[in-house]
Design a binder for this molecule. Structure first.
Ligand code: NAD
Ligand code: IPM
Ligand code: MN
Length: 351
C-alpha cells in the first residue's frame, strides 16, 4: 500500500508544527495513511546522514511529503554534505521537484498584523514561483580553496539551461491563466549571464505559447522594492532559486508573519509533491511551544490540493484557518499569546 503522506518533522520547531499537521490531517481526512521519518539534523544524529537512501525512497513512494524545518546551531560546524540543509537540497533534487509555489496570501483578519500598512496588504494574493533544483544552489564549481599567497577563495556558480528556465516559466504562465493572468519574471539580466538567458527564454516562450498572458520583466532588486511598496500589483512572480528564496521571505512578512507562508514543490505530473512551510527551524523559539503552525497546516492544505486529489478538503481547511483567525487566534508572531497547540485547536474547532 502506498503511503499517502510522509511526514519529515526535522529540527527545531519542525516537530512542533508537523505534530499539529498530523492532528489536522487525522481529523479532516482520517482515511489518509501517514508515515514519519527522521530528517535533517535529527536524521544525522540518529542515522549518520541528514537524508538516508531509505528516506528518499520513502519520499518517492509516497503521494505527498510534508517537511517541517531543518537546521540549527547544533550542526553549524558539520561538513557541508552532512548539514541538515544538504539533506533538504538532496530531497528536492532527489524528488525532482523543480517548481516551488510560495503563495503570499494575506488573510483578512491579519491585515493589521503585517508591518506594512493595512491598505497595502489587505486582499493580497500573490504567488511566487521559485525555481528549486538549479541555479547557484547546485552549480559547479563551488568550494573554498586556500590561495598560494595566503587568504582563501570561495566560489559558487550560477547555472541555468534553457530547459530549466522554460519548464519553470511554463508553470508560472499556466498558473497565471487560472488567476489574474499576469506574470512578472524577476532576474538580473543587467549583470548576470544566467539572467540574460532567463529573460530571452521567458520572452520566447511567452511569444510562442502564452501571448495571452500579460508578461513583465523586472530586475530582482527592483522586485524586492516593489514587493514592499505595492505588493498587490503582482499576480505570479517567477524567479530563480536564490532570488526566490529571498523574495519569498520578504513576501511572507506582508501576510503578517513568516509563520504564515506555506509552499508546494512540484515535479513531473504523477510524481509526489514536497510541501514545506518556508520558515526555518527558528532556534530562537524552538522548544517553547509558541511557533505558529499555520504555515505547516497550510502546506498540508496545498498537499490536499496538489497531490492528494482532495481540493474540496483543501477549501474546507483554508476556510477553517480563516475562521480561526477571524475568531482572534494569534500566536506571538501575530501579536497574540496562543501556544502552537492552542492555535491548532482553534483550527480544529472550525473543522
Ligand atoms: P527562521 O525561518 O528559522 O527564523 C527567522 C525568524 O522567524 C526567527 O525570529 C523565528 O523565530 C521566526 N519564525 C520562523 N518561523 C516561525 C513560526 N512558524 N512561528 C513564529 N515565528 C517564526 O530562519 P533563520 O533563523 O535564518 O534560520 C534558522 C535555521 O533554519 C538555519 O539553520 C536555516 O538554515 C534553517 N532554515 C531551514 C528552512 C527549511 O527547513 N525549509 C528554511 C529556512 C531556514
Ligand atoms: C527555504 C530555506 C532553504 C533554501 C534552506 C534551508 C536550504 O531557506 O526553503 O526557504 O534556501 O531553499
Ligand atoms: Mn528560505
Amino acid at each position: 500500500m502506498m503511503t499517502d503522506l510522509l511526514l519529515l518533522p526535522g529540527d527545531g520547531i519542525g516537530p512542533e508544527v508537523t505534530a499539529q499537521v498530523r492532528r489536522v490531517a487525522t481529523k479532516i481526512a482520517p482515511e489518509l495513511t501517514i508515515e514519519e521519518r527522521p530528517f535533517g539534523g535529527a536524521s544525522f544524529d540518529q542515522l549518520g546522514a541528514p537524508l538516508t537512501d531509505e528516506t528518499l525512497a520513502a519520499a518517492k513512494a509516497a503521494k505527498a511529503v510534508l517537511m517541517g524545518a531543518v537546521g540549527g546551531p547544533k550542526w553549524k560546524d558539520a561538513p557541508r554534505d552532512k548539514r541538515p540543509e544538504a539533506g533538504l537540497l538532496g530531497l528536492r533534487t532527489g524528488m525532482g521537484v523543480f517548481a516551488n509555489l510560495r503563495p503570499a496570501i494575506c488573510f483578512g483578519p491579519l491585515a493589521n498584523a503585517s508591518s506594512l500598512k493595512r491598505e497595502l496588504v489587505e486582499g493580497l494574493d500573490f504567488m511566487i514561483v521559485r525555481e528549486l533544483t538549479g541555479g547557484v544552489y547546485f552549480g559547479q564549481p563551488r568550494g573554498i580553496e586556500a590561495l598560494p599567497g595566503g587568504g582563501r577563495r570561495g566560489v559558487d556558480t550560477q547555472v541555468y539551461t534553457t530547459f530549466e528556465i522554460e519548464r519553470i516559466a511554463r508553470v508560472a504562465f499556466e498558473l497565471a491563466r487560472g488567476r489574474r493572468n499576469k506574470v512578472a519574471s524577476a532576474e538580473k539580466s543587467n549583470v548576470m549571464e544566467t539572467g540574460l538567458l532567463w529573460r530571452q527564454v521567458v520572452t520566447d516562450l511567452h511569444a510562442r505559447d502564452y501571448a495571452d498572458v500579460e508578461l513583465e520583466h523586472i530586475l530582482a532588486d527592483n522586485a524586492a522594492m516593489q514587493i514592499v511598496k505595492n505588493p498587490k500589483q503582482f499576480d505570479v512572480m517567477v524567479t530563480d532559486n536564490l532570488f526566490g528564496d529571498i523574495l519569498s521571505d520578504a513576501a511572507a512578512q506582508l501576510t503578517g508573519s513568516l509563520g504564515m507562508l506555506p509552499s508546494a514543490a512540484l515535479g513531473a505530473p504523477g510524481t509526489p509533491g514536497l510541501y514545506e512551510p518556508i520558515h526555518g527551524s527558528a532556534p530562537d523559539i524552538a522548544g517553547k511551544g509558541i511557533a505558529n503552525p499555520l504555515a505547516a497546516i497550510l502546506s498540508f492544505e496545498m498537499a490536499l490540493r496538489w497531490s492528494l486529489e482532495r481540493p474540496d478538503l483543501a477549501d474546507t481547511l483554508f476556510a477553517a484557518v480563516n475562521r480561526a483567525l477571524e475568531g482572534g487566534a494569534r500566536t506571538p508572531d501575530l501579536g497574540g499569546n496562543m501556544t502552537t497547540v492552542e492555535m491548532a485547536d482553534a483550527v480544529l474547532a472550525q473543522l
